[in-house]
Design a protein around this ligand. Sequence first.
Ligand SMILES: Cc1cc2nc3c(=O)[nH]c(=O)nc-3n(C[C@H](O)[C@H](O)[C@H](O)COP(=O)(O)O)c2cc1C
Length: 156
Amino acid sequence: MALLHIIYSSSTGNTEYVVDTLIAALHESSSKLIVEKQRAEEAQAEDLLKGDVLLLASGTWNTGGSEGQLHPRVYALLTDRAKDCDLRQKPCAIIALGDKRYFYTARAMEHLVQFVQQHNGRSTESLVIVNEPYGQEEKVQKWAQKLLTKIPALAS
Ligand SMILES: Cc1cc2nc3c(=O)[nH]c(=O)nc-3n(C[C@H](O)[C@H](O)[C@H](O)COP(=O)(O)O)c2cc1C
């Protein structure tokens, strides 16, 4: 059995909807996979090391007053509580959301990739959802298949 640990945050429910759509698709395709989801505000540094694969999911927000930033609760986790975390080559997948109306569309992706790289993680697959996720379920479902086939740790 493989374990996927998801850490995410969501204010409007958009990121949570994408995460839940992903979990449903993963469960439909694999009976060997255990998926845990955890809100960033409830997570500590050691939670990033849980499971075989870590998935970080965040919308893009104007945290700290400038656009193109991580969701404030993901920001607080990654830049404060988990700032010294060593991911020890853990495979990490990433989901970022954003909205086309903003100049730095879905920039949360860059921050998450940077976090993984700077903390000794192994970036694997990434998914960007721009605008409302409702109606984009197929994109998420296809990405679920990609995760299952491309990340060896999830196939075991
Ligand atoms: C105050 C505010 C600031 C935002 N800033 C950005 C931004 O800089 N870039 C972007 O692509 N989207 C931005 N968004 C859009 C959100 O990232 C998008 O609506 C996302 O789906 C929200 O998901 P969540 O509520 O699950 O975090 C912003 C939304 C709000 C309300």
